[in-house]
Design a protein around this ligand. Sequence first.
Ligand code: ADP
Ligand code: ZN
Ligand code: ZN
Length: 802
Amino acid sequence: MIAEVIVDVAAYPIDRPFDYAVPTKWERVMEPGVRVKVPFGPRKVAGYVTGLKMESELDASKIKSIVEIIDLEPVLSKELLALSKWMATDTIAYEIDALQVMLPTAMRAKYEKIMRVVSPELLDDSFRTFLGNREQVTLKALQDANLLNEAKDYSEKGIVEIDTAIQQKTKIKKVRMIHIPDIKSLEIAFSKIHPNAKKQAELLRWLMKHPSSSMEASELLNQSDVKANVLKSLVDKQVIEQSYVEVYRELDAPKMRDSGRPEQLTEEQQIALSAIEQSSDLEQQETFLLHGITGSGKTEVYLQAIDHVLKKGKEAIVLVPEISLTPQMTARFKGRFGELVAVLHSGLSSGEKYDEWRRIHRGEVKVAIGARSAVFAPFTNLGLLILDEEHESTYKQEESPRYHARDVAIWRAEYYQCPVILGSATPALESYARATKGVYTLLTLTERAKQQALPSVEVVDMREELKTGNRSMFSVALAEAMRDRLARKEQIVLLLNKRGFSSFVLCRDCGTVVECPNCDISLTYHRSTESLKCHYCGYEQHVPVECPECESEHIRFFGTGTQKAQEELFKLLPEARVIRMDIDTTNTKGAHERLLHDFGEGKADILLGTQMIAKGLDFPRITLVGVLAADTSLHIADFRAAEKTFQLLTQVSGRAGRDQLPGEVVIQTYDPDHYAIELSKTQEYLPFYELEMDRRRQLGYPPYYYVAVVQFSHEDVLKAADYAHKGTSFMAERLSPSSVIIGPTAAAISRLNNRYRYQCLIKYKQEPALIPVLQQLLKHYKTNWVKDGLNLSINREPTAIF
Ligand code: ADP
Ligand code: ZN
Ligand code: ZN
């Protein structure tokens, strides 16, 4: 038997499975999806068996044998193996990367070189002393002890062998369980107890209230309030038994409110749910775009749709943009489905992630909720996949394999013939365009679930504030609104928009942002050269000393931090209690949940933060939302800047007035007439969609074109540019004339880690040659260019093009 193995050597120029012989003794246990160890060149490496066959086309003498089996049951199902193949092709990635991304880190075999002793009697004394009674040590330990040369000598003589160790870092956690016998046995034990053993008698009395049960020792000690030695004496007397069992690490479940009861659906919700249920019963793949305004009850629709598929014995995956940012959402799913839910989030340790993965793998849970990579949850009978806030760019992985969770979800749904729900108040333009074409089925929720009005929005022109002498970060209107809420004991959310921080130049008098004369896109500020550049056409100019429009000298980079905002807030409203949420205050485990929890409990009046507070909050007392710098995300040199700004403003506005109290939003901006800001006043998606689509058509951007970016980087700036030109011509010669290649131009961050970066952009409508040509380019790169220190990356549909 021959196994096809993808080896874990990404740097190797050949990206395909290699044939290895399966030793006869292992033929019965060998299956696709198991990990093995194989000889590869001089080393032994780990790999994944992706297929089995009876014969190889290769000469039998050339075929080496598998030396070790790492798993006795496959870690990847046939479905996931097929998915990895498709993903590697579709995203132009290495197959090994596509395989690895599907497993929790703890399952990606970790390598460490070790030295194993073969003939201990031939070692000299000092070396033997160093080893003590160890039969093997890591090379690192040898290196630290300065014994590498000796080890090498021994290795050449065959006295020791050097190997690549594959370690399972993650340990399975065990807890001590106490098993309490029936009441009879307890009574007998009680009658025999020595009269002086008061504590033991006390524990026995407690145990008699819990006969014939098992519980964790720590829990028992806690509840019965006796000391561990008392418990031990009863174990020693064999009154009770103890054992150690494997457990899953307990997650810090965010303790936030959820009734756990399904709501009576509104008419719109019911229509949407019925459509999804019907599709699910037909067992066909169908993708729904659930477009519902903020607070319209999309989550409730998800919950009931999941309930429907669970009743059929199927499973569901729910993706959220960044799980640690949505503890409320998780709480709702746990409230509804309890133990059937596995949560996969980035805040978990790798051990915790591994536990959750195992619970899914073993079929112990039915719903997985998590960020992007949860789309690979190892279910085998999927009935529904959901992407909440489907427009979020975090669904696209920006390192290899550069997949989009939406595409993977739809692929898996095809495999299982089940529905996908893409939900958003502000769908990605691409998604809405597909829905209007009938590729996706559009479902719409136009009203808030509790019939509340959307908050009223006021846009404040910060240029006017400056003219009247207000140099603070807070407009008069916002300051007044905040005082009002403080007096009424209502809550406030303040968003400091940090996207695009400092990357563009703005005139504080007239609001002008310096743009490219050719491209209708703002120029990016390059600190190193004090210049402004266009990353689309290569245009470049010096940073102006005065505004090109009004000649004011108040022209500068735009941006400010949350810490500064907090200080100013303190000066303005010293009595206000403020919770600040940004990268600095949320970098410890559980901090995010704790801060939100405190805010929910009313321990603060104001929640001040960056983008991370824009989504998912559902607190009834929030009645005011203030946006401090709506512009910053508008002038990033990215054709999606307007879309992202509109999405952010709509999202954050949606936090206000979700319960009984009406909401109000104040948006501060230097550019009140920009359509993305103007249109966020009404929070209506369609007018924005139409305007933005028009603009994209005129400029030839997605969704009218597909795009792919090929980036070249090198330590030597001339070589980077040279290869970029070579690569660009390589593609130009092979792609259809209808495809447009722009560049090469320098990348936005033109030097990163001392590597110079150039890139070119391919725009196309229909290009059957795209994947083959990109694959040829990659192969050419790996066989010819990589040796010269070039790095090449290919990114289809990047989330941003700078
Ligand atoms: P979305 O996900 O669209 O922002 P949610 O599902 O979070 O909206 O719903 C907003 C609020 O309305 C939540 O507090 C939710 O519990 C409540 N809700 C949802 N559906 C209903 C319903 N049919 N009846 C009453 N309340 C509802
Ligand atoms: Zn100006
Ligand atoms: Zn330009």
